[in-house]
Design a protein around this ligand. Structure first.
Ligand code: M6R
Length: 612
């Protein structure tokens, strides 16, 4: 993970880098640092803690420079500390480097360097790579660009690196493999960053650097080469993103803003695709590949975390509507367990960031085996979007809060539309049910809005249970993955231990946890499982568990069994997950806030997990 920023041009580099690091803090925030090059001298400042602590430590310091690089870290090698923070400086002091990724063979390289009397001031793999580059530079009488190229051919792992050289006052050398890099093209200046958010207010013209590419960046020049030293013409993309999208817009936290954006992000996701009035769904990625997808013998879904939960909902929906067998895989398992992937297999990759390392590598492997990759991705132009054969963006806009909210509902909406589109083509759904579900989907934004208006009530419940040590989340059918998602959300931003379970499975073990201190959240909307889940509530009540239920307006049985109820508007059971997750997002948010946690940047986490 980690966020990186670089600038070279006529402006002051430090304020640009600092602002950029604040925008990229969602990628990691255990320490940060900057390297500024001025008058042939490299000044490196770094600090354990959030970017604000670095900023504070630099008040009154002369940070004048027109070129610099900055880093906000999510620790991999070496604990979060000042000395392990980036940028790192090479042994001679000539080079400074920041890195996002992991150098897997760093131990071997370090051994080689130690035998040449190199010393190290940190525990990081980054410092090893930097000294390895310097060693090549000094012993081969070559340029820094060549030294970087030679070094990168020897390393295994993932990286996005930016390098400054004291002897080159205008140039940043950058390279990537597996970790993202965007270069913004200004007038006589260039910006480099892990994503476009630090760049957006200066220019909308960007180049997404690909794996195994190296960039030599000067104020008036951008040279792109592959690792074999062949020049590549930079492909300039216009950013379709507004500054307001990456600011809090009056909300206390990005997470709250993103929860409240859902009526409009879901609308954006439906727009131009769902035409409820004439009974059609238009999705170019599906339409163009409909024969392959509808005739697939099975579909595999590969994802991590919240995106994996969206995959589980999709499994239920696709199997129900399209009658195609679906397997949902954790990307981290899939990539290593030698799965059977054949030519023509359809793989749906789900990812908010489009940069999750495990998902990306899993897809690369499946693609090599001839699978057809369909990306359901939020971040436009991201690596997963680019390696997919076809796809559908979730159009949820930039998601900054570490806990995924609006991207998840966007994923559910896209996956549901996909299933409907395939099912109508395959004739595995009746026209009547199809039209009904289209109308139900179109009504989702309004229903989400209604739940958001009930936030104060959800806050009261959060305050009541905030001191619990454990939570259990139970659901059945389409709401089972929502129970998993509710538990994940609570864990992430309140640090309360929580487990999600299929409600009926609870009696095979977790029921042993139930006593008067355990809050049990039931996602028990009116569906074909309702009577069954009411019986599960009885089982919890009989053991004195505290029941918080998410139930459908008009349900008069569940309230008699519950300590607290959150009513949500009625919806078809297949659509219900998109709205039943909203109260769980709010419950977690208010619990995290009540416990004084920085919900946008909870401990140990990072938004975009670009390491395995
Ligand atoms: O960007 P991705 O959707 O690929 O990320 C996958 C997970 O890392 C992500 O969903 C994570 O679990 C979130 N923090 C959940 O809120």
């Amino acid at each position: 993970m980690c966020g990186i920023v670089g600038y070279t041009g006529p402006k002051q580099a430090y304020p640009i880098i600092l602002k950029g690091l604040k925008r990229l803090e969602y990628r990691g925030y255990d320490s940060s640092g900057v390297a500024l090059l001025h008058n042939g001298k490299l000044d490196v400042y770094k600090k354990k803690g959030k970017v604000a602590q670095l900023e504070e430590s630099l008040v009154g310091v002369n940070v004048h420079a027109h070129i610099g690089i900055g880093h906000t870290r999510w620790a991999t090698h070496g604990e979060p500390s000042d000395r392990n923070s980036h940028p790192h400086t090479s042994s001679s002091g000539r080079l400074s480097m920041i890195h996002n990724g992991i150098i897997e063979n760093y131990a071997q390289l370090k051994k080689e360097l130690l035998s040449k009397n190199y010393t190290f001031t940190s525990d990081t793999d980054t410092e090893v790579l930097l000294n390895f580059i310097e060693d090549i530079l000094l012993n081969n009488n070559c340029t820094l660009e060549e030294a970087v190229r030679i070094a990168l051919k020897r390393i295994t792992g993932a990286y996005c690196i930016l390098l400054l050289d004291e002897q080159d006052p205008e140039t940043i050398i950058a390279a990537r493999k597996g970790s993202p890099l965007v270069i913004g093209i200004g007038k006589g200046e260039h910006f480099l960053a892990s994503d476009a958010s630090p760049i957006i207010e200066y220019t909308k013209e960007v180049v997404y650097v690909n794996d195994y590419e190296l960039a030599i960046v000067r104020p008036n020049e951008l040279i792109l080469k592959n690792i074999g030293n062949e020049k590549i013409t930079p492909f300039i993309t216009k950013l379709d993103m507004e500054l307001a999208a990456i600011e809090k817009g009056g909300y206390d936290h990005f997470m709250l803003k993103e929860i409240y954006e859902q009526p409009s992000t879901i609308q954006d996701c439906l727009r131009g695709r769902l035409h409820a009035e004439d009974g059609t769904i238009t999705m170019a990625g599906i339409d163009d590949n409909i024969e392959q997808i509808k005739n697939a013998e099975r579909i595999m879904i590969v994802a991590c975390g919240t995106s994996w939960h969206a995959g589980l909902v999709a499994e239920y929906i696709i199997e129900e509507l399209c009658r195609i067998p679906v397997e949902v895989e954790y990307a981290s398992e899939f990539r290593y367990r030698n799965p059977i992937v054949n030519k023509g297999d359809v793989i749906i990759a789900i990812s908010q960031s489009g940069e999750t390392a495990d998902t990306l590598v899993a897809l690369e492997k499946a693609k090599e085996n001839g699978a057809f990759i369909f990306g359901v991705v939020n971040a436009v132009g991201s690596s997963i979007a680019r390696i997919s054969h076809a796809g559908a963006y979730t159009h949820a806009g930039h998601e900054i809060g570490v806990a995924s909210t609006k991207a998840f509902t966007g994923q559910l909406v896209v996956l549901t539309m996909m299933a409907l589109r395939i099912a109508i083509q395959k004739e595995t759904i009746t026209q009547e049910r199809y039209l009904h579900l289209l109308t139900e989907l179109a009504d989702v934004p309004e229903k989400v809005d209604a739940i958001l208006k009930n936030a104060e009530h959800i806050k009261t419940i959060a305050l009541k249970y905030k001191d619990a040590h454990d939570f259990l989340f139970l659901g059945r059918g389409y709401n089972f993955p929502i129970a998993l998602e509710g538990a994940l959300k609570l864990k992430e931003i309140s640090y309360i231990h929580a487990e999600g379970y299929p409600a009926a499975e609870m009696k095979h073990g977790p029921i042993a946890l139930v006593d008067e201190n355990l809050p049990v959240v039931f996602i028990a909307t009116k569906d074909s499982y309702h009577e069954k889940i009411v019986s599960n509530m009885q089982e919890i009540k009989a053991r004195k568990g505290k029941i918080i239920s998410i139930i459908t307006e008009g349900d008069d049985i569940s309230p008699t069994l519950s300590n607290d109820c959150i009513f949500i508007p009625p919806a078809d059971e297949l659509i219900a997950p998109i709205i039943s997750v909203i109260p769980l997002q709010l419950l977690s948010y208010f619990t995290g806030i009540a416990k004084g946690i920085d919900v946008d940047k909870p401990r140990n986490l990072a938004k975009s997990v670009t390491v395995e």
